[in-house]
Write a protein that binds this ligand. Structure first.
Ligand SMILES: NC(=O)c1ccc[n+]([C@@H]2O[C@H](COP(=O)([O-])OP(=O)(O)OC[C@H]3O[C@@H](n4cnc5c(N)ncnc54)[C@H](O)[C@@H]3O)[C@@H](O)[C@H]2O)c1
Length: 341
């Protein structure tokens, strides 16, 4: 199978590429405009197995279509996107253009190039923020109502995929609604955890990335956005999922689509942790205080996002390997130490 990953130089994309190179014989092509990607990660990936990297912006529709045709692509894993909730509130057009319009263009190119499998990274942020949170977590039928243009840009893309697949029966998709992806490459050398790739983006707003920067003294303090949410300790609760488990789900989905129909799957563990409890893990791990400022809530941040992941476990047979908050944090922390400045 010939697989194209968009956004493959990014955080999650590089881990999906790593798994694909390590555990399959599929030919891989990556396109990325490097707006938030890492050439260093691509170099590491090349040491696993060769693949083609094309520096290309998804807005260049004709060139993207040529890549699909020239490389006889069978499956697209579409991760290339703009990813910051707050930025999307300030600059919604960037998100509707880069995330929704570019996804529509990619789907159109896929149809034209007869690519029949399409995996799409959506987000748990498409769900409604409700106080009557179900104890078993949000399943895929949970009400949809994104609070930010980022979430809306993802939900619109989902809708386009669903409708296009109805009109073109040979075109099949898997939509993944990721919960909070975190951690770095689980790789041991001399019995020590030594991630080869991780989250490199400079201005990441993800809690575990920021806590790793504080724990390694690259950042002075961590801001907690709100301690008055209706949760046990008042801080936001999230379902943190290790990036290698996310990557594995993509490999499973490629197999799944060979015989099964299009579907939407949550990708989380079903365990929620508060911001304060994540900070505690880092304090203990680094044996140092982490300076914390409590600041007002941000627009677009729901109180609680925890997956009900029964569907992916039952239908795809996905079994997570790293559903352990300490290990997730430790891998991010070790990556941050190795990643230098
Ligand atoms: N990180 C999370 O917790 C999370 C949660 C839900 C969904 N997602 C989704 O997962 C995907 C990957 O996220 P990430 O955290 O790895 O972010 P990232 O920024 O590290 O990766 C995105 C990659 O896409 C590339 N890119 C962006 N716009 C492009 C364009 N127009 N053309 C070509 N390349 C482009 C960037 O350079 C970057 O390498 C995104 O679609 C994001 O919405 C992430």
């Amino acid at each position: 199978m010939n697989v194209l990953i968009t956004g493959g130089a990014g955080y999650i994309g590089s881990h999906v590429a790593k798994r694909l190179l390590e555990s399959t014989e599929f030919e891989l092509t990556i396109i990325d405009n490097l707006s938030n990607g890492s050439l260093k990660s691509l170099e590491v990936l090349k040491t696993i197995r060769d693949f083609e990297f094309i520096e290309l912006d998804l807005c260049e529709k004709k060139r993207v279509e040529m890549v699909l045709k020239d490389h006889k692509i069978d499956a697209i894993i579409h991760l290339g996107a703009s990813v910051e909730v707050l930025e999307s509130i300030k600059n919604p057009l960037k998100y509707y253009t880069n995330n929704t319009i570019n996804t529509i263009n990619l789907i159109e190119s896929a149809l034209s190039a007869k690519v029949e499998k399409f995996l799409f990274s959506s987000s748990a942020i498409v769900y409604e923020d409700r106080e009557d949170f179900p104890p078993e977590g949000m399943d895929e039928e949970y009400p949809l109502n994104p609070l930010s243009p980022y979430g809306a840009s993802k939900l619109m893309s989902e809708q386009v995929l669903v409708d296009v697949a109805k009109a073109h029966p040979s075109f099949k998709y898997v939509i993944f609604r990721y919960f909070n992806v975190a951690g770095a490459d689980i790789n041991y050398e001399d019995n020590r955890l030594r991630p080869r790739i991780g989250q490199s983006s400079k201005n990441a707003t993800h809690l575990i990335k920021i806590a790793s920067e504080c724990a390694t003294k690259k950042r002075e303090k961590l801001e907690i956005y709100g301690d008055d949410f209706p949760t046990d300790d008042g801080t936001g609760v999230r379902d943190y999922i290790h990036v290698d488990d996310v990557a594995d789900a993509h490999i499973k989905a490629l197999e799944y689509l060979k015989t099964k129909n299009s579907d939407i799957f949550n990708l989380g563990y079903g365990e929620g942790y508060s911001v304060k409890s994540v900070v505690e893990v880092f304090k203990n791990m680094a044996s140092r205080e982490i300076k914390v400022d409590i600041v007002p809530r941000r627009c677009g941040d729901p109180a609680k996002l925890v997956a009900n992941s029964k569907k992916i476990r039952d239908k795809m047979g996905w079994i997570p390997k790293y559903d352990n908050l300490e290990l997730i944090c430790k891998s991010a922390y070790e990556w941050e130490k190795l990643n230098g400045e």
